[in-house]
Design a protein around this ligand. Structure first.
Ligand SMILES: [Zn+2]
Length: 81
């Protein structure tokens, strides 16, 4: 009888600890993940403004006149004017 009550008490304690510890363990990485995703979204928004070289496909900044990869002259973007 006493052994059974100890086992039940242990099981209840483990479940209680897991229940209490889970939200804290999951919330912290989730916050970092959410922030990282948000930063990635900002990065994607910046990437959308980046031009691509028509010859080699390399990403080039909108204000670049020549491709840093192959040296091809890039068409001036509307924002540069
Ligand atoms: Zn190029």
């Amino acid at each position: 009888m006493s052994l059974a009550s100890i086992l039940v008490g242990l099981a209840v304690a483990i479940v209680a600890i897991a229940y209490v510890a889970r939200p804290f363990r999951r919330d912290e990485p989730d916050w970092e993940h959410a922030i990282a995703q948000w930063v990635d979204t900002l990065g994607d928004a910046e990437d959308a403004a980046v031009n691509f070289c028509p010859q080699c496909g390399r990403r080039v900044a909108p204000d670049h006149r020549f491709c840093p990869g192959c040296g091809r002259a890039l068409p001036a973007s509307e924002a540069a004017e």
